[in-house]
Design a protein around this ligand. Structure first.
Ligand code: NDP
Length: 682
């Protein structure tokens, strides 16, 4: 008997007392492992996550969490051969394994990088700008995101045992939520190995990742407000979870990513000898054969102009006939088996349903020939293409979770959009067209029904990541039948896990709460120019208020001549007088900003190393010759960079005229040494 998988629960590996259920190799039918969660104390897992993992994680800043994710990604990358070796038993070819293993690790890298670049080195995230709520500016509002003191339960599908776990773990971890991962039983041995590698590494704080191997029985019963469930799998199970009392009334947030009948549309402009025709056919074949079509994003409905249905079917047949199906251990094999014999039965049933309104135009529903492998013991299935009859309903209702697609002919763009919408919401649609007008009208029609839309043509094909690949930086999820959930999408995927709160108060209180200087809060002028202070010495609110400088016509003329910006409003008095906004010569906005720099800069070598940008620059009041401008520069935010001798300082800059009116506002971004003189840093 093979080994019983273990759960990683409350800081130790737990082994059920019974023998468990066998899990079989998808290609050979041999037993790979057994699985059972009998006797597992799920309540203790939830307590452990809540009491140990959550507090440890939330003590870290986003940047510290991101650094751990990066270390973890590197660790898994070094050990990925072990994952590859086991992955073949799920029926995955090496191309499939790359999608699962490398795709999962890549998602961690991506979140590690987003966490540092797009989130603060803090535990609170600001959402949007400051809202002034009173005339005097003493009462303001700011939206903020904070971590929920909860647990992220993640219930995954069988098709991506590594990616499925990591794409949910990465964003939840960054958000400060400990995860309890429940993989689908069928392929849980690969998730278990991944969790073993993670736990052995000691990289993640204890309690931030636990594994529930076996039935999830009772997990939702233990969850409450602030906890969430991210589910990927069938619409049927999603329905059961949606009706759980803790979801209905207990405040548990449920995100669902379920079966979806994705489509690919061949644009009406494409001719059989266009490169787009081949791209379309290639895309459909890839989606039918990667993971043997067991992908939530796979193309199930192939929408083509009526006149091209025949040529598309012929081209699909030509390519699919060359796809060798068999045991993925054979390097000639391009498509492996389905995950289990049970899954194959399900797909065969779905094909029978589709045949009620369609005919098979490629493939053998009774079996088809294999490159190798035993069709009795292995869950092999060869690709099938059906042509749906006009008015067919089954292709829009039945999801064959395997290498099966239906061709549907359409007459006109409106008809294509109507067919696409009959899927009642899906994860992704693709459109292959060269015509920008077609692209706009079809994408606007598709977008409300889909989480992602790919527009493919000869220009982006080479770099395109394809129809079926969810990307960490783009949202994954779709409306309606696809479950209505949304995952990934860069920082969006992190913020989904956090609580947004509108905080109202005085500017000083908001500064203290957010760690970021708020307009109207106290400024500190110490007599020492803040450019003479190292990062360690600088404080939020440190300010320099400059002396005024009068802007002369000679300054404006000189700037125009020197830079070549001789726009009439700066150089032609008569034309400028007719300008309805200026009514005469005005200074260049960039002259104002340049003069402001001249007013606030402290020139001698010091801790300020570089200016790396300006954010939110707005010119508010025109500056005319004779106006006197001054600038107030205030430390808004201080962000030490991990592993560097310097950090980032964001300065609030306000340039005002002699009447106290703001003429320009912006944030100046600088790099400042952590200590100064620099040699002390070494
Ligand atoms: P299921 O919905 O049966 O299982 C998905 C996950 O939910 C598994 O981890 C499963 O665990 C778990 N689960 C099952 N019942 C419960 C429950 N009552 N409470 C909590 N968790 C539960 O989907 P399958 O993986 O079996 O796939 C079936 C079909 O779902 C496929 O044929 C396909 O149509 C669709 N599917 C869609 C996917 C997508 O990404 N959209 C991905 C995979 C499948 P266990 O395995 O232990 O039962």
């Amino acid at each position: 008997m093979s080994a019983l998988l273990e759960s990683y629960a409350a800081g130790r590996w737990f082994r059920a007392a019974d023998d468990g259920e066998p899990l079989l190799d998808a290609a050979t039918g041999e037993e790979v492992a057994r699985i059972s969660s009998r006797g597992l104390d799920v309540a203790a897992m939830v307590r452990h996550a809540r009491d140990t993992g959550g507090p440890a994680l939330r003590a870290l800043t986003f940047h510290e969490r991101a650094a751990l994710l990066k270390e973890l990604a590197k660790h898994l990358m070094e050990r990925k051969d072990e994952l590859y070796a086991l992955s073949v038993r799920t029926g995955a070819t090496s191309r499939d394994t790359m999608v699962d293993v490398d795709g999962g690790i890549g998602t961690l890298f991506s979140y590690a990088s987003k966490g540092v670049r797009e989130l603060p080195n803090d535990t609170i995230v600001l959402d949007g700008g400051l809202e002034r709520l009173g005339k005097g500016g003493t009462f303001v509002g700011q939206h903020v995101y904070t971590s929920r003191p909860g647990v992220a339960a993640q219930i995954n599908a069988f098709n991506f045992p590594v990616w499925g776990m990591l794409e949910k773990l990465g964003p939840a971890f960054l958000a400060g939520l400990p995860s309890i991962v429940k993989p689908a039983s069928q392929t849980a041995y690969l998730t278990e190995l991944t969790v073993r590698l993670i736990v052995e590494s000691g990289i993640l704080p204890e309690g931030t990742l636990q594994l529930l191997a076996g039935s999830a029985g009772g997990l939702l019963d233990e969850l409450t407000i602030h906890d969430s469930v991210a589910f990927t799998g069938s619409a049927h199970t999603a329905g059961i979870l949606r009706r759980h009392p803790n979801v209905l009334d207990g405040g548990v947030v449920l995100g669902v990513e379920a079966d979806s009948l994705n489509c690919s549309i061949l644009g009406p402009d494409v001719r059989p000898d266009d490169p787009e025709f081949d791209l379309f056919v290639k895309g459909v074949v890839t989606e039918m054969t990667v993971k043997a079509g067991q992908k939530c994003t796979a193309i199930r409905r192939v929408l083509v102009p009526e006149a091209l249905a025949g040529p598309v079917e012929a081209a699909l047949a030509d390519r699919l006939a060359r796809v060798g199906v068999g045991d993925p251990r054979n390097p000639e094999v391009r498509m492996g088996p389905l995950a289990s014999l049970g899954q194959r039965d399900e797909v065969r049933k779905a094909v029978e349903a589709l045949r009620a309104s369609g005919e098979v135009v490629f493939g053998d529903p009774a079996g088809g020939s294999l490159l190798d492998g035993d069709p009795q013991r292995g869950a092999f299935m060869t690709p099938l293409v059906l042509r749906a009859r006009p008015g067919a309903t089954e292709p829009h209702d039945v999801e064959p979770f395997g290498p099966v697609a239906s061709v549907l002919a359409y007459d006109g763009i409106e008809a294509a959009l109507a067919l696409a919408a009959r899927g009642r919401g899906s994860l992704v649609a693709s459109l292959v067209t060269r015509d920008p007008q077609v692209a706009r009208s079809v994408v606007l029609g598709l977008a409300p029904w889909h989480g992602r839309v790919l527009v493919l043509d000869r220009d982006d094909a080479k770099e395109s990541t394809g129809h079926g690949s969810p990307l960490p930086v783009l949202v994954h999820g779709g409306p309606g039948r696809a479950g209505g959930g949304e995952e990934l999408g860069g920082v969006r995927g992190v913020l989904h896990h956090m609580q947004r709160t509108a905080v109202q108060g005085s500017p000083d209180q908001l500064t203290a709460i957010t760690g970021r200087w708020t307009t109207g809060a106290a400024r500190a002028e110490s007599g020492v120019h803040p450019f003479r202070k190292s990062l360690a010495e600088l404080r939020v609110g440190d300010t320099i208020a400059s002396a005024p400088r009068t802007v002369s016509l000679a300054d404006i003329d000189h700037f125009a001549e020197f830079t070549g910006d001789t726009f009439y409003a700066h150089t032609d008095p008569e034309a400028a007088a007719r300008n309805p906004l200026f009514g005469g010569i005005v200074a260049h906005g960039y002259l104002v900003v340049s003069l402001a720099a001249g007013l606030f800069v402290d020139p001698a070598p010091g801790p300020v190393l570089a200016n790396f940008g300006v954010d939110g620059l707005r010119f508010l009041t025109p500056v005319k010759a004779g106006d006197a401008i001054d600038v107030t520069l205030t430390v808004k935010q201080i962000t030490p960079r991990r592993g560097a001798d310097y950090g980032e300082v964001r300065w609030d800059a306000v340039v005002a005229n002699q009447d106290g009116q703001a003429v320009a506002t912006y944030d100046v971004l600088t790099l400042v040494a952590k200590t100064w003189p620099a040699q002390e840093a070494r």
